[in-house]
Design a protein around this ligand. Structure first.
Ligand SMILES: Cc1ncc(COP(=O)(O)O)c(C=O)c1O
Length: 401
């Protein structure tokens, strides 16, 4: 690992970042001018606070001796990673005339995009309606209302399409009731990919060289946007997708899912299948273990997707050559998961505790080789729709996305 990384990754107020013996492989060299450049910024609007998030080295004891990875801390955005795409999609729709001044924004979301759209609504002067399901954390629903958004919660899953279809049906009703309204449609809107190009450029500026990118996949937006730009910089880049068990995105059958954010019960067209070298499916107890271990050892943590991404990045750091530089995107921070991932009663009720993941994932040769129920790796990635055009996986009524 080189020692001359830009200082934006170091906290100048925290001398332990430079002296922690557990991080002997960290890049501690730093010059005062770089510290000044990284120390503070001013913003005239809340939207201007989006982006330029820090990266943090995650080393021992979360990882094994002498190994580690860089975490891009998107929880440092006002709402989370989706602030980037919310602002971008809204600005593009206004530019195209699809979203007239003052018209309503209506979207189905499991939370993070809702927070971003609330921010975009304030920034551009649009009312926002968010359609969600009972799985949304009450804290997030409360925050969305505080930010001025209307929160519509569907109460029963669609008999075939689950909660996701029920939410989409409610979005259609709201759009019909507000003829001027616009729906970003984050699953299929190409602006949800383009919005993440700056994130990739930030990583290049912060890390210089990247060999492996580890990214969670829900709509496919940030993996496609970041992955494409990084591959252009680094043609041999390895892109590793992280999904949940019982998600259809990479060709597993749909099932009930506890984890939110990553995973899906549909096949979003924003997923850049050609970009991925491998996919890992992670189960909820494994993500909880990693999110909690990260919190204890590195302070910077998050929820389901951060736990899953960190678990996979930790494994890749241990099993790759020491000089391999790994960047992992942490989509948000820990706060909204206080009543789930970090709540002992919730975790006990869902049998999520006391199950330390294996050091290595199971491995299957093709996504349809087996239905996976624990951490599993597959180094063949195909688009389930082009592999078998009529292979729609039945969506279970309990699916959450
Ligand atoms: C917390 C969290 N992690 C990961 C993701 C997946 O990101 P993407 O939709 O860009 O694939 C999302 C998407 O909603 C999210 O909210």
């Amino acid at each position: 690992m080189q020692r001359n990384h830009p200082s934006a990754v170091l906290d100048p107020t925290d001398p332990t970042d430079l002296t922690d013996p557990a991080d002997a492989t960290d890049p501690p060299s730093v010059c005062p001018a770089q510290l000044l450049a990284a120390s503070a910024r001013s913003a005239a609007t809340p939207a201007a606070l989006v982006g330029d998030t820090p990266v943090l080295w995650v080393g021992q004891p979360f990882t094994s001796a002498g190994r580690g990875f860089w975490a891009k801390l998107e929880g440092h955005n006002p709402g989370g990673i989706k602030d980037r795409t919310a602002l971008y999609m809204v600005a593009a729709a206004r530019e195209r005339g699809a979203l007239p001044p003052g018209a309503r924004i209506v979207e189905s979301t499991s939370g993070t995009l809702g927070l971003g759209l609330a921010l975009a609504g304030i920034a551009y002067g649009h009312p926002v309606s968010v359609v969600t399901d009972p799985g949304l954390e009450p804290q997030v629903a409360g925050l969305l209302r505080a930010y001025g958004a209307e929160v519509h919660t569907v109460r029963t899953p669609h008999p075939e399409g689950g909660w996701q279809q029920a939410r989409r049906d409610r979005v259609a009703e709201l759009l019909a009731a507000h003829p001027d309204a616009w729906c970003p449609d984050q699953y299929h809107n190409p602006d949800n990919v383009a919005a993440y190009r700056p994130l990739a450029r930030e990583l290049v500026a912060q890390l210089g060289r990247i060999d492996t990118l580890v990214v969670s996949v829900g709509t496919g937006g940030h993996s496609a946007g970041v992955g494409r730009v990084l591959r252009a910089f680094f043609p041999t880049l390895r892109v590793v997708g992280v999904d949940t068990c019982a998600s259809t995105i990479f060709g597993q059958p749909a099932g009930a899912r506890l984890m939110r954010g990553l995973g899906s019960s549909i096949h979003p067209r924003n997923v850049a299948y050609d970009l991925f070298d491998e996919v890992h499916w992670v189960a909820a107890p494994e993500a909880v273990w990693a999110a909690r271990a990260l919190a204890r050892t590195r302070y910077a943590t998050g929820g389901w997707s951060v736990g899953a991404v960190a678990l996979v990045a930790r494994f890749l750091a241990r099993t790759s050559p020491a000089e391999e530089r790994i960047a992992a995107v942490f989509p948000d921070g820990p706060h909204r998961y206080v009543s789930t991932v970090f709540d002992d009663d919730y975790c006990r009720a869902h049998q999520l505790l006391g199950r330390r993941p294996a050091d290595d994932p199971d491995e299957i040769a093709r996504p349809d080789q087996a239905v996976v129920t624990r951490w599993t790796r597959c180094r063949t990635v195909t688009d389930p729709l082009s592999a078998a055009p009529d292979a729609g996986s039945p969506d279970l009524a309990g699916a959450v996305r």
